[in-house]
Design a protein around this ligand. Structure first.
Ligand SMILES: Nc1ncnc2c1ncn2[C@@H]1O[C@H](COP(=O)(O)OP(=O)(O)OP(=O)(O)O)[C@@H](O)[C@H]1O
Ligand SMILES: [Mg+2]
Length: 324
């Protein structure tokens, strides 16, 4: 449990375990509590109650030991913009006590891995957003951490920079046996990288499993209907509810999403009902469940219904990362 300034309840019961050498994704909308979770696990913030272990070490009892084992890449840039990439890495390495003769080769290896070799002697302030983010991740790795925390490593990156960040993150887990906890807003990122993921919303864990587990939890097909005009939410919802068999209806602007048992047989009825209710439709698509649907169902604001959340008992914050 974590409450900021005595009033903002950021976390209200989260528990998960991450297996060594795997990538765990923490998904959730803005303000869900992702960064707060990461800050507690990296010893930067203390929970009001509950406990957490990283690499088998208690973050509250032995924070110094935890800090030596982990790398942390915060959501906000951490590098010194006045210094070059190489200088940043050397400084960080000295802070972490990396032996002098190892520091040069370690820095060079990281510069090469992240494609920063060519710009290593230029001030970091002049780097592109993607290069700056890569430098931040490289800084988190200088002391060869066993566990790496990445808070939104790819937010704001273009597709190419994201793809190269993804391959570097996968490589770290696969080849160097680094255990990685990453937070993200991107479903494709979680799907691509994480072997296990948790969706959090309003400081609570609302779903957990492998991307495939979560997808297969959803019954039936997703249908998406595009309307010609927005602002008819209630009208659309009432019409579809009356039809029966249409579940989890979400209206956002001109987009209506819902779930039905058999897409192909349900669509004609949906369209007819909307037409007779005077709602004009531009297109309709049917799809098998995707991680998007899982996310919408669990963390989509329309489902972030507080009465539902209150039904769950308030629990403590128990986090164990990873089981060694
Ligand atoms: N230092 C702070 N002081 C007060 N409230 C805070 C502080 N940090 C976070 N909060 C609040 O705690 C809640 C969770 O915030 P947190 O930063 O953990 O969310 P997040 O999931 O990381 O969101 P985002 O996707 O926007 O980064 C929010 O309501 C936020 O406003
Ligand atoms: Mg955050």
């Amino acid at each position: 449990m974590k409450t900021y300034a005595g009033k903002v309840r950021a976390l209200a019961g989260i528990s998960f375990t991450v297996e060594t050498g795997t990538i765990f994704g923490l998904l959730g909308p803005n303000g869900a509590g992702k960064s707060t979770t990461v800050k507690i696990l990296t010893t930067l913030s203390r929970p009001d109650s509950g406990s957490a272990e990283v690499a088998g070490i208690d973050v509250l009892q032995q924070p110094d030991q935890v800090r030596r084992l982990i790398g942390y890449v915060s959501q906000k840039p951490q590098f010194d913009p006045e210094a070059t990439a190489r200088e940043n890495l050397h400084l960080q390495g000295r802070l972490y006590g990396v032996p002098h003769r190892e520091l040069r080769s370690r820095s060079q290896a990281l510069l090469d891995h992240f494609g920063l070799g060519k710009v290593a002697s230029r001030q970091a302030r002049g780097y592109s957003g993607g290069m700056q983010r890569k430098l931040d991740v490289a800084l988190g790795l200088i002391h060869r951490p066993k566990v790496l925390f990445l808070d939104e490593p790819t937010t704001g990156l273009d597709p190419e920079a994201r793809a190269s960040m993804w391959s570097e993150i996968s490589r770290l887990a696969a080849d160097e046996d680094v255990t990685i906890l990453l937070t993200t807003h991107y479903l494709d990122e979680a799907d691509q990288l994480a072997s296990q993921l948790a969706i959090i919303d309003h400081g609570r864990l609302v779903a957990q499993g492998s991307p495939n587990d979560l997808k297969s939890e959803l019954r039936g097909d997703a249908i998406q209907v595009e309307l010609t005009q927005a602002g008819v939410d209630d009208h659309v919802r009432t019409t579809l509810v009356r039809l029966g068999g249409v579940r989890e209806i979400v209206v956002e602007g001109t987009t209506v999403r819902a779930r039905v048992d058999h897409g192909a047989s349900a669509v004609p009825g949906v369209l007819a009902a909307l037409e007779s209710a005077g709602v004009a439709v531009t297109s309709v698509t049917i799809s098998r469940p995707s991680l998007d649907d899982v996310y919408l169902r669990y963390a989509g604001r329309p489902f972030g219904d507080d009465s539902h959340h209150q039904a769950q008992a308030s629990a403590t914050t128990e986090m164990e990362v990873p089981g060694e």
